[in-house]
Ligand binder design. Structure first.
Ligand code: TLP
Length: 345
């Protein structure tokens, strides 16, 4: 890449190997179910996540939308976090397009929703109320720092869902980062979930795409919902070819990104103008703030870093988020720390 771009892992370019595989991918009409590369990707994704079937979708947003519209009808309710990507950053799609009612619960610093609050949010059978159909979790939980949520918690929520005949969906945009950080098998981690969306295009470097996985019957229905949303693609094997490399190879190297995030965080912790909680840097995200007396605002500092060819996301007057990915190497982290030392007053 031609910049040190820490704004997100979504900015990562496809690798040369991906570009080569895309050029050579066998393709067919995927709306007819005839694209061999898409079919391979979907099968491999389902196998890796321990589910029966998979569906290739254009984005994480589309994956969550298709997932939730497949679980819920109009007027049904989904219980999800007040800081969940689906609630905050997906343009209200579940309500706008599916008539699905969101019931939010406070996301805790460890990325969980309190089980007692989940239980008490489940509606009784009462004609005055929406019907609770679904619980949706996010893993890693982005807005609280990319925190991985452990299997024990997901299993506990799965039990609550099962006891009330609800489905459990996981927005696992970065589920492989979670499994890497927790040092567990990804299929085990999501074993309690009925459906999972994960992204090929973030830390896994593919240019486009996510996969929704679940039971065969569920994915057949999801295929119809994807069609309704205009997401039936044709020779999508061109994209799935990169996705296969993402799934097979890039999932194995995410610990490097986590180590680079740690390197950045430790360097930041030594700067007197900066506040950071090192215990919260567990995957590829680094959240940090400027002290009140730092003498510069976050947007001003982000502007100054651009002159060093460094891009970083300011979030308000004091806060930043930096995300590491394949194209960020330890020497880039050192360059960022040197530039910060120069630009901080
Ligand atoms: N997240 C993006 C932005 O939209 C905030 C980012 O830079 O982190 N679930 C989670 C947990 C996500 O973080 C994202 C993207 C999505 C879903 C949506 O994925 P896309 O961008 O592929 O629609």
């Amino acid at each position: 890449m031609d910049t040190i771009d820490l704004r997100s892992d979504t900015v990562s370019w496809p690798t040369p190997e991906m570009r080569q595989a895309m050029a050579e991918a066998p393709v067919g009409d995927d709306v007819f179910g005839e694209d061999p590369t898409v079919n391979r990707l979907q099968e491999e994704a389902a196998r890796r996540l321990g589910k029966e079937a998979g569906l290739f979708v254009a984005s994480g947003t589309m994956g969550n939308l298709v997932a939730i519209l497949t679980h819920c009808g109009r007027g049904d309710e989904v219980i999800l976090g007040d800081k969940a990507h689906t609630f905050v950053y997906e343009a209200g799609g579940i309500s706008a397009l599916g008539g699905v009612h969101p019931r939010t619960l406070p996301v805790q610093p460890d990325g969980t929703l309190p089980p007692d609050l989940i239980r008490s949010a489940i509606r009784p059978d009462n004609i005055h109320m929406p019907r609770t159909r679904l619980i949706a979790l996010e893993n890693t939980q982005g807005t609280v720092g990319g925190i991985p949520v452990p299997k024990s918690y997901i299993d506990a929520v799965g039990e609550i869902a099962g006891a009330h005949h609800l489905a459990l969906h996981i927005d696992g945009a970065r589920i492989f980062n979670a499994a890497t950080a927790l040092n567990c098998d990804v299929a085990d981690l999501v074993g309690a979930a009925d459906s999972v969306t994960f992204c090929l295009s973030k830390g896994l470097c593919a240019p486009v795409g996510s996969v929704l996985v679940g039971s065969r019957e569920y994915i057949e229905e999801a295929r119809r919902v994807r069609k309704i949303l205009g997401g039936g693609m044709r020779q999508a094997g061109i994209l799935a070819a990169a996705g296969l490399i993402a799934l097979e190879k890039m999932t194995e190297r995410l610990d490097e990104d986590h180590q680079n995030a740690r390197l950045l965080a430790e360097g930041l912790a030594e700067m007197p103008q900066i506040e950071i909680d090192l215990s919260r840097v567990q995957t590829n995200m680094v959240f940090f703030s400027l002290r009140d007396d730092a003498g510069i605002t976050a947007p001003e500092l982000a502007e100054r870093l651009k002159t060093h060819n460094i891009l970083i996301m300011d979030m308000g007057e004091r806060q930043f988020r930096a995300v590491t990915h394949y194209w960020i190497r330890p020497e880039h982290i050192i360059q960022v720390l040197v530039a910060l030392q120069k630009e901080l007053p």
